[in-house]
Design a protein around this ligand. Structure first.
Ligand code: CAA
Length: 291
């Protein structure tokens, strides 16, 4: 199936990155969010991030202008009607995602493929609430989307082969690499990454190391590009906690128990970079550890 127009629901850090890479790869993009302000911020950020790629010689000013021209924004889900493929990238809460898919059904075409960028929620369950579980898939991008090479493809129990093949082709057209994962809690990347981040928070909670020593240990001792606490702030502590809860509930194993300190940071609204404070305080010139 030929995909020309892509609808992206949610203009947050994942949604804007997804819109960016699709527009730069020649797709028409309809980007929607409930907040007009979020849409304006997303467009400005996409402009800045493509400019970084122009500055590095990875794309040309002409291609940048063409990509920006291909992005249309709207606050109405109903405007996503022309999309051949829809990627939901809203908050990591199942009720929010379900409500979006339910609202979309009245407006989309029979051939439209529905996908979710969920990092952990059951694709089979999300699909079962729609009229097209065979045309529904998990389509999981990594942050920052323009830089990270991997896209996880997750088939629900009912997903058909043409839908899977279409998305494999789409990933290829973006110049990225697909990894196929079965539909079990948190799939592959987060099944492995989140328990590591949670363990880093336990290491902090139990006083084994400070924020600085934990991050430095993994950067210098395991060659990770970011320390686990810095990475948690980058992903968002609310998202990390939501994923740990999905693993804990879905696999019923105490090894996935979210660290109480992670819960406390989320309760404080210290969600990481996006709120200016998490394991680091980002409000000054350079990030300062908060413990
Ligand atoms: N758009 C375009 N380009 C970007 C960008 C963006 N949003 N962010 C960074 N870049 C580019 C920079 O321009 C730079 O380009 P050059 O290599 O040509 O110089 C390059 O990416 C590296 O960026 P920086 O120099 O600014 O910074 P850095 O070297 O510290 O790298 C990083 C930043 C790429 C984020 C790196 O620290 C990294 O790889 N961190 C780990 C990220 C990670 O693990 N992501 C997965 C999170 S898990 C997830 O997403 C799944 C989930 O569901 C939670």
């Amino acid at each position: 199936m030929q995909i020309k127009t892509v609808g992206v629901v949610g203009a947050g850090q994942m949604g804007n990155g997804i819109a960016h890479v699709f527009a730069l790869s020649g797709y028409d993009v309809l980007l929607t969010d409930v907040s007009q302000d979020a849409l304006e911020k997303a467009l400005a950020l996409i402009d800045r991030n493509i400019e970084r790629q122009v500055a590095k010689g990875r794309t040309s000013p002409e291609d940048k202008a063409a990509a920006m021209d291909r992005i249309r924004t709207t606050t109405r889900l109903a405007d996503l009607g022309p999309a051949d493929l829809i990627i939901e990238a809203a908050t990591e809460r199942e009720t929010v995602k379900q409500a979006i898919f339910e609202d979309l059904l009245a407006h989309i075409q029979p051939h439209t493929i529905l996908t979710s960028n969920t990092s952990s929620i059951s694709i089979t369950r999300l699909a079962s609430r729609t009229d097209r579980p065979e045309k529904f898939m998990g389509f999981h991008f990594m942050n920052p989307v323009p830089v990270m090479q991997l896209v996880e493809l997750i088939r629900g129990i009912a997903t058909d082969e043409p839908t899977y093949k279409t998305l494999l082709g789409v990933v290829d057209s973006l110049g990225k690499t697909a990894a196929s994962a079965e539909d079990f809690p948190a799939f592959i990347v987060n099944r492995i990454l989140m328990p590591m981040i949670n363990e880093a928070v336990y290491t902090l909670y139990e006083g084994v190391g400070s924020v600085k020593s934990i991050d430095e240990s993994l950067k210098l001792g395991a060659n990770h590009p970011m320390g686990p606490l810095e990475l948690a702030d980058f992903i968002g502590l609310d998202t990390c906690l939501a994923i740990m809860n999905v693993l804990h509930d879905g696999l019923a194993d105490t090894k996935y128990r979210p660290c109480p300190l992670l819960t406390k940071y989320v309760e404080a609204g210290w969600l990481g970079r996006k709120t200016g404070r998490g394991f680091y305080d980002y409000r000054g010139e350079t990030p300062v550890p908060t413990r």
